[in-house]
Design a protein around this ligand. Structure first.
Ligand code: Q9C
Ligand code: ZN
Length: 345
């Protein structure tokens, strides 16, 4: 299995996030990636290689040009205003009011291009996000060359909440979507994205919602109770040419392997029916019973079962890291998915 990481992730090191009305140390931290690297090093699944650097073209296949330019310069603009700390937005458009004009001020643009207050921009955020996209692209390239049948990219910051022109949920560039588009542009006619993160992948759904060449299937906490709140219901099935190519499996709080594994089976049957040339797994392990954001109850061994079920798809598969915030167990849980996949493949 091809294993790819980026050194740039450390530069994205937010100070705080809001949690229940208070500021707490940011959950999406460099320690997450360090823990996964440590576990991967001991797992013997293969050598861990550094991402190669791509130009912006594959990112701009998914994200709007002005949005990427904003991300590149946002923190420097923040500092130039004499401000310390991390850049955060202040306000969002109200339902039914105009949202088509990009404000001129930095504060206006931070608000325009975001959808939550929980995603700080730091001095190293752009470089880290670019490195994460490079990791996903490097892994994707190893699949489309046919040299590898499976790969893992250790992406930090994560990506599945980011849409064409919008960041949030700790995500800036949609690494899985960028990799899916790259595979489409390099010989794959159909790509499936299977999102197993605890949260709905609203960004990935949005990006591919009108398309029939990229299927999106996601298992996640019910948006009626959990972030990202406004997307992820079962009746969102795609639109236009993409009608029937979006499959959401929202689950109630308390889902254990019995409930979660049944949803995975249903999602995998949708992926099978689509007959994709490649599968991208948005791999969050925040479904873990001990995760600070999770109401689900998956145990360590369940991640072996997850990998084994995904292996039954018998397609070239790219695992892209998303969430998972129980730092002491994140390494073992991620390795278990990859090991379960490798042993069953
Ligand atoms: N302070 C991913 O798993 N809400 N993003 C957190 C607690 C945002 C999760 C609220 C959760 C975003 C990639
Ligand atoms: Zn998540």
């Amino acid at each position: 299995m091809k294993l790819i990481c980026s050194d740039q992730h450390r530069g994205h090191d937010a100070l705080y996030e809001f949690n229940r009305g208070r500021l707490i140390p940011a959950l999406e931290s460099p320690a997450r990636a360090a823990a996964i690297l440590g576990a991967l090093g001991e797992a013997g699944l293969g050598a861990i290689e550094l991402a190669e650097s791509f130009d912006l073209a594959p990112i701009l296949r998914v994200h709007r040009h002005d949005y990427v330019a904003f991300l590149q310069g946002a923190h420097a603009e923040w500092s130039a205003l004499g401000r310390g700390g991390d850049a955060l937005p202040l306000a969002w458009p109200v339902r039914g009011l105009r949202d088509d004009r990009v404000p001129r001020s930095l504060d206006g643009r931070l608000s325009y291009y975001s959808f939550d207050i929980g995603t700080p921009i730091t001095a190293g955020t752009w470089t880290a996000a670019k490195g994460a996209a490079d990791a996903a692209l490097t892994a994707a390239r190893s699949l489309c060359s046919g040299r590898e049948s499976s790969a893992f990219s250790l992406c930090r910051p994560p990506g599945h909440h980011a849409a064409f022109d919008c960041y949030g949920g700790y995500c800036f560039l949609n690494n899985a979507a960028i990799a899916a588009q790259y595979l489409r542009d390099h010989g794959s006619d159909r790509v499936a994205v299977l999102d197993v993160d605890y949260h709905h992948g609203n960004g990935t759904q949005h990006i591919f919602y009108q398309r029939n060449d990229v299927l999106f299937a996601s298992i996640h906490a019910d948006p009626a109770t959990d972030f990202p709140y406004f997307l992820g219901y079962a009746d969102e099935t795609g639109a236009g040419a993409g009608a029937g190519c979006n499959h959401n499996f929202p689950l109630a709080a308390g889902a254990d392997w019995a409930a979660w594994g049944a949803a995975l089976d249903a999602a995998c049957r949708r992926v099978d029916a689509f007959a994709p040339d490649a599968v991208i797994v948005s791999l969050g392990v925040d479904t873990f019973r001990g995760d600070p954001l999770s109401s689900f109850l998956l145990e360590g061994d369940d991640y072996l079962r997850m990998g084994a079920r995904i292996a039954l798809l018998a397609r070239p598969t790219l695992f892209v890291l998303e969430g998972g915030y129980a730092v002491d167990e994140i390494g073992c849980n991620v390795v278990n998915v990859l090991r379960g996949h490798a042993d069953a493949a």
